[in-house]
Write a protein that binds this ligand. Structure first.
Ligand code: ZN
Ligand code: ZN
Length: 89
């Protein structure tokens, strides 16, 4: 079954509050973009296996959120959607 990240695909905003102040974080892009500017999906999957996060098994996409109040980056795990979820929308 295919999973896709709703944030990466523009289907939903990154809805995550700052852990410190509660301000809604701005989406600073996918964490994986920092590994290089030429990464196809195959390499993203490999990165998921190597970065220590259990996101591949849990079907989560890691994003970097930015809090304008705290001026800090925070990693946000976005739950990926299945085709079933898409049909429900
Ligand atoms: Zn994503
Ligand atoms: Zn904050």
């Amino acid at each position: 079954m295919d999973y896709l990240c709703p944030v990466c695909n523009g289907l939903a905003p990154l809805a995550q509050a700052c852990q410190r102040c509660g301000t809604l974080l701005a989406d600073a892009g996918r964490l994986y973009d920092y590994y290089g500017d030429y990464s196809p999906y195959r390499e993203i999957d490999d990165a998921k296996l190597d970065n220590g996060y259990p996101d591949r098994r849990n079907h989560q996409c890691l994003h970097t959120g930015w809090c304008n109040s705290c001026q800090t980056e925070q990693t946000v795990a976005v739950q990926e959607w299945t085709p079933d979820k898409l049909l429900d929308e």
